[in-house]
Design a binder for this molecule. Structure first.
Ligand SMILES: [Zn+2]
Length: 284
């Protein structure tokens, strides 16, 4: 089980799933941890505006284990911190050593594997990525969510975007695909029409073939149910993620409620397993 939801009455579950204030959130977190034996994990926690020691109390209060992700890749990716070589990656891993968290990175674009040795990457518990930085028509990387990003005609954007997901999965060792099915704001109203079954099948097929888990994003409330149902039927693994900066990490009620609605059990959830991480499978 991924949470204690099944042990709750429907009314309790709904009130919990919808979020009813900080005090209840604290007791909810504890209940989740106690009932399942394993706490739920928020695999998408950023330390950008904080420190590991500042966020750990939130993990305890919310009864949610954290997976910390720092951005990683070439310096062309602009973030407060971008780990760009083995020395920086190893220092980051050492900073998290001994803390009760999973150690991850959010890898950017498609050229990050060239920044690191496989040995250094294997010091991580997992690698998370998303498709939100993609080449524009001029071939240069662009953050699709930024003002001025070239999106163009919707159908051709979608085809390029789907192909970009597949390209990332085919060319980079990825454990978790985050923010999956996110669309630029101007396309969001047409989400259901643009994510056709054929497009969903292509992305899900690549995730399953490469063993990349599908993130259920609490922040974006994505993917929507048709994608999740197709992914479950295809045998995908799932993770829960807040994409939270302090103090928003661990707020994964939406992800937990969605996982429950989907009927996911512990066996459907991604857990980092030494020896079968994407970077260890890579190239075999
Ligand atoms: Zn992120």
């Amino acid at each position: 089980m991924i949470d204690s939801g099944l042990a709750l009455s429907r009314r309790q579950f709904l009130s919990r799933a919808m979020g009813v204030g900080a005090a209840v959130a604290v007791s909810r977190g504890r209940a989740l941890a106690e009932a399942s034996g394993q706490p739920p994990v928020d695999f998408h926690v950023h330390l950008d505006n904080s420190t590991i020691d500042a966020v750990l109390p939130l993990s305890r209060e919310r009864g949610v284990k954290f997976g910390i992700v720092e951005h990683a890749g070439t310096r062309e990716n602009v973030y407060p911190v971008v780990l760009s070589n083995d020395a920086e990656l190893r220092a980051y891993i050492a900073m998290l050593e001994g803390k009760p968290v999973f150690k991850g990175v959010q890898a950017e674009y498609d050229d990050w594997p060239g920044c690191f040795s496989r040995e250094a990457l294997a010091g991580l518990d997992y690698i998370l990525t998303d498709a939100m930085t993609m080449p524009g028509p001029d071939g240069k990387r662009q953050k699709l969510w930024e003002k001025g990003a070239h999106i163009g005609e919707a159908q051709s954007f979608m085809d390029r975007y789907v192909d970009w997901h597949v390209h990332l999965l085919d060319t980079c060792p990825i454990d978790i695909f985050a923010n999956i099915t996110w669309l630029p704001q101007e396309l969001m109203a047409d989400y259901d029409a643009l994510w056709t079954p054929a497009r969903m099948r292509k992305v899900i097929g690549a995730c399953v073939a490469r063993g990349a888990a599908v993130e259920i994003s609490a922040k974006l409330k994505l993917p929507r149910m048709p994608f999740l149902e197709m992914a479950k039927a295809a045998g995908a693994k799932f993770t829960l993620g807040s994409n939270g900066r302090y103090p928003e990490m661990g707020k994964i009620e939406h992800s937990i409620a969605t996982a429950k609605q989907l009927g996911l059990g512990e066996a459907d959830m991604f857990r980092p397993v030494p020896g079968s991480k994407a970077v260890e499978r890579w190239g075999r």
